[in-house]
Design a binder for this molecule. Structure first.
Ligand code: TRP
Length: 336
């Protein structure tokens, strides 16, 4: 039986951290065995933010690919590719742009939030404004059936499906396929400061490539329970970042449950829970860091080139079908 196709992507704007690991990376490692998986380095989409500083995007492409492979995404099982090297994605975007109104783009809640955050005022760049259409091209080019993403990406999948339906109806074809979101049950990982989300820009994340001393330092600054001053004081577990991380990364659930009980009753100091977390994360991250160091630039480039070549062929096939459906598939063979 043919495996279902699954596609995800990341903007290469920084190294990956534990938030990515608990969320998307762990599920990709599992999904690559069950699905035909594509993972896209979304450099074109990253440029919608960083067009005036492309070096930031360029520098992070191989970094992110190194992170993928270091955590266990296997290039033999997963097609890792670079968005900018696939012209068919840009071409599909152009055809899809005819099918989407400006008002429709303005209604996208994720884009709305981003517009407010970025303070564009009256000068929203068209490239940024249209990135959901380009994302629909990414999704449809591979006849993707499932898109594993966080909730903020649901409006993108909705738009993509609207484009598919409109295109198929208008050009009397079934060449494009609708896709479905695959929401993983792991929520967002909180930042080490207790803020809702671990992120590079908030400077509150532990990176997969962080050296051991930095990991330890970050753990020791973690937010616990501000009322827990003396070891004998009863401590709070809810909202205590150290426990949130232990829940996410410690394998022995029973040990954590009993530690939580003792912490709540008083008598367990923050140093105890922090050093347990430190051991846990050092054990988790050391092999990832070692693997990362062993990957040569040459190897990473080979992975990108071969994945991109494969993705290019698949996307080109869809583009041909799209042009055929519209009626603009001119060639010597077909004539004008
Ligand atoms: N917008 C996604 C993000 O910021 C990245 C992305 C680009 C993507 N193209 C995609 C995700 C296609 C899934 C499918 O995380």
């Amino acid at each position: 039986m043919k495996k279902k196709t699954i596609l995800t992507g990341d903007r290469p704007t920084g190294n990956l951290h534990l938030g990515h690991f608990a969320g998307s990376l762990k599920s990709r490692i599992k999904l690559q065995h069950e699905y035909e998986q594509y993972v896209m380095v979304a450099d074109v989409q990253a440029l919608t933010d960083y067009f005036s500083n492309p070096q930031k995007v360029i520098d992070n492409i191989l970094e992110i690919v190194a992170d993928y492979i270091a955590v266990g995404i296997d290039p033999e099982l997963t097609t890792i590719f670079i968005q900018s090297q696939i012209p068919a994605l840009a071409e599909l975007t152009v055809y899809y742009m005819n099918l989407v109104s400006i008002a429709r783009l303005e209604r996208n809640p994720t884009v709305k939030t981003e517009i407010a955050q970025k303070g564009f005022g009256e000068s929203i760049p068209t490239g940024f404004f249209c990135y959901p259409i380009s994302q629909a091209a990414d999704i449809t080019a591979f006849k993707t059936e499932l898109v594993p993403v966080g909730e903020d990406q649901l409006p993108m999948i909705e738009l993509s499906n609207e484009i598919v339906r409109k295109f198929n109806r208008l050009y009397n074809t079934d060449c494009l396929k609708e896709s479905e979101a695959y929401l993983s049950n792991v929520g967002r990982l909180v930042g080490i400061d207790g803020k809702a989300k671990a992120s590079k820009s908030l400077n509150n994340a532990i990176f997969l490539s962080d050296p051991p001393e930095i990991i330890k330092e970050k753990i020791y600054t973690m937010f616990t329970d501000p009322q827990h001053l003396k070891i004998s004081d009863p401590g709070k577990v809810e909202g205590n970042v150290v426990f949130t991380y232990l829940d996410a990364f410690h394998n022995d659930k029973e040990e954590i449950t009993s530690l939580k009980e003792r912490y709540k009753n008083g008598g367990v100091g923050d140093v105890i829970i922090k050093s347990l977390l430190n051991n846990t994360l050092q054990k988790l991250l050391q092999p990832i860091r070692d693997k990362r160091k062993s990957l040569s630039k040459k190897y990473l480039l080979e992975v990108c080139f071969s994945g991109t070549q494969k993705a290019k062929n698949v996307a080109q096939k869809t583009l041909n079908e799209v042009k055929e459906a519209i009626g603009i598939n001119f060639s010597e063979k077909n004539g004008l």
